[in-house]
Each structure stands twice: as C-alpha cells, then as structure tokens.
Design a protein around this ligand. Structure first.
Ligand code: UT7
Length: 356
C-alpha cells in the first residue's frame, strides 16, 4: 500500500485590526511614504495591542483553518508551529496553541527558521503524515514583530495616535537609527490544516530546503542568547544588541537569486516545468525582491500573489497569509499546483510544492 499523503484541508489567518500606514511612521522616525513604498512596496502593516503575543494570533488563525477544514480541534494529532517571536524565551508557542485550542495533550513542535519557517514546516508535515506518525496536522506560522521594535512607550503612543507628539529631536534620532528595519515588519498569523489521505496526486509533494550558517550575521539578534552571560543585560539593551541587525542589501541579493533557484530545483525534482505551475507563493519581505524573482522565473502576474502592501513582512506568517488570500481570490483551486518559496535569517531558504 502507498504511503498516505498530507492533503491540504483548510487555511485561516489572523491579523490585528490596527493598521498603521507609512505616513504615520513619519511621526516617530525620519521616513516617508514615498521611500517605503518605492523600496519595499509596503503601504501599511498591522500591530497587536501591547501584551498580545504570537500565540494569541496563532490560536485565532488555527481556529479559522480548522473551521475551513471542517475539522474539530480535538481531531488533531500533531501541531507544528513556526515563529521567531515566541511569547516567551521558552517555552515556544506549540503548547500555548494546544492549550488555547482546549484539546488534550499531543505532540506540539516549535520550529524556528524565521522567514523560511513555514516552508520548513510544510516538509515536517509531509514527513509526519507520510511516515504514518500523524494523520491530522495543524501547521501555524505566527509572528509579533511589534514587540521586537526598539520604540519607547511614548513613541508607541505617538505612533498609535494616543499622544499628539511631537517627539523631541533626540528620540526621533534614536528611532531613526532603525528606520531601515521597523517600517518593514508587521504582526500576523496564518495556519493550514492537513489530513492523511490515500495518494491521489494531491497533497504536499516535496520540498527543497537549505541552511547556511556562513550568512548568519546578515540578519540576526546579537544579544538575548546563550552566547552571552547573562543572556540579556542592561548593557545589551543600551547597545541595542537586543534589536535585529539586518544588512538589507545583502539579504536582498541572496533572496532574488536563491528563491528562484530553489523553485526551479523543486519543480525539476518533481518533473514539472514552470509552465505547469499554477501559483507561486513567495515570502513577502519586499515587493521588489518578488518582482525580480518573478521575472527570473518568467511567471505571468496571474501566477503570483502579493499582499505585502497591506501587512508588511510578517516572517513565518507570510506564506500562509498569502496562500489564504490567493485562494480566496481564486488562484489556488482544488487540483492546482502551488509552490511556496522563502528566504530568511539563518540563512534558511527553500521551496515546497503542493497539489491543492
Ligand atoms: O524577510 C527577510 C528579511 N529581510 C529582507 O528580505 C530585506 C531585504 N532587503 C530590503 O528589503 C532592502 O534592502 C531594504 C528595504 C531594507 C532597504 O532598501 P535599499 O534600497 O537596500 O536601501 P539602503 O539600505 O541601501 O538605504 C538607502 C538609503 C540610506 O540613506 P543614505 O545612506 O543613502 O543617505 C538609508 O539610510 O535609504 C535610507 N533609509 C531610509 N530612508 C527613509 C533606510 N531606511 C529608510 C526609511 N526611510 N525607512
């Protein structure tokens, strides 16, 4: 008998209601709508209220995906969660999602491949179901970037319109040090549910994944880890070692080459040509990256989907958020061939293939 396949059963998303547009960012740092829009394609992003962690969005997206799949949470027998912004240093969000769904204990796995987390998660789900270890699996991608942003409570109040401002020149300059970073990211979550079914050609078909530590320093948080003792200190905070370091140009160059390479390799491995692909879901880090990747692959606009303009970069949530909305737009009907590709900190990158 053939191994069962991980067949897509439903998807759901959770985005906070609070949207902040580019012009509003100019209240707290030196930027403009024109710069952000031209360089990244981002128009607005969503932020949670203070104290709302990644698990809260993850649980909401999971509930929506389960409802879409027509599955009760109690039918799940495995949870895989991708996030780089867990509610706590430990534990991760896996067991928080299990608890939030109100279901009995089950394996709850956290994976942290940052922007490539969901693509890695698709391979994990595929392996769990093919091997017979699980039959109904929930895959969640959730990130709350607002917590990572080095803005003071006053700056947040001004940004959110609770305080008319203006900020003094010193605070404006301090915030502007991170302007290449904070305007790009947003909070959000997406989830997909998979069911074991007999092989009918549908389901996750495979993945091509890579990790390369040589590039670890182009995108990382220097502090808050076991390489420091204590793992976080006043000095680290004062030095901004708790804030991500991102060499944007370097990441950009790698993304525009490696995402198309991985997509080509994946399709070739499965015997498909680019013309047979119905939809490519790309990580939403920068519209310019995705336009270049689309061009490199020669794909028409109808075979890609973008929503970065509305949500910014939501890290591990971008792939399920984008897939869910592409599906709603009719771009991923049952039977369609969909590839997912992403690149992020680690360096981790790759692509995964699914027959919806
Ligand atoms: O999810 C994976 C992780 N991240 C990525 O994939 C990010 C990949 N990289 C990028 O998306 C782009 O490199 C960025 C959008 C981050 C930056 O765009 P860029 O065209 O590479 O700009 P740059 O960093 O070379 O900066 C150009 C100028 C600089 O000013 P000077 O030195 O030319 O005077 C920056 O200080 O733009 C300035 N700048 C800004 N100006 C207004 C940087 N951030 C801002 C800002 N507003 N928010």
């Amino acid at each position: 008998m053939n191994a069962p396949r991980a067949v897509f059963a439903g998807s759901g998303i959770a985005v906070p209601p609070l949207a902040i547009d580019n012009a509003t960012f100019a209240r707290v740092l030196d930027t403009s709508d024109e710069w952000i829009r031209e360089r990244s394609g981002i128009v607005s992003r969503r932020f949670v209220e203070p104290g709302v962690g990644s698990s809260v969005l993850g649980i909401e997206a999971a509930r929506a995906a389960l409802a879409d799949a027509g599955m009760e949470a109690g039918e799940l027998d495995y949870i895989v969660c991708a996030t780089m912004t867990p509610d706590h240093y430990f534990p991760g969000v896996g067991t928080l999602v299990q608890e939030g769904l109100g279901i009995p204990p089950l394996p709850a796995l956290d994976i942290r491949q940052q922007c490539a987390g969901f693509a890695y998660g698709l391979q994990v789900v595929d392996a769990l179901i093919r091997s017979g270890l699980a039959r109904n699996v929930l895959l969640v991608g959730t990130d709350v970037h607002s917590a990572l942003m080095p803005l003071s409570p006053r700056s947040w109040d001004v940004l959110l319109g609770h305080d008319p401002g203006p900020l003094d020149a010193e605070e404006l300059a301090a915030n502007s040090r991170f302007r290449h970073l904070v305007v790009l990211f947003g909070d959000g979550a997406g989830a997909m549910v998979f069911r074991a079914e007999e092989d009918s050609g549908r389901g996750i078909l495979g993945a091509v994944l890579y990790g390369e530590g040589a590039h670890k320093e182009i995108l990382h948080v220097p502090g808050v880890g076991s390489a420091r003792r204590p793992f976080v200190s006043i000095e680290q905070i004062a030095n901004a070692d708790v804030v991500p370091v991102m060499h944007g140009r370097h990441v950009f160059r790698l993304a525009v080459t490696r995402m198309p390479e991985a997509t080509r390799e994946l399709l070739a491995r499965h015997g498909y040509g680019l013309d047979e692909l119905d939809l490519l879901v790309m990580h939403q880090a920068n519209l310019r990256i995705n336009e270049a990747a689309q061009k490199a692959l020669g794909l028409p606009d109808s075979k890609v989907h973008h929503n970065i303009y509305e949500y910014g970069n939501t890290t591990s949530a971008t792939l399920p958020l984008c897939f869910h909305e592409a599906r709603a737009a009719g771009k991923a009907p049952p039977g369609s061939l969909v590839a997912f590709t992403a690149l992020g900190a680690g360096l981790h990158w790759g692509a995964a293939l699914m027959r919806v």
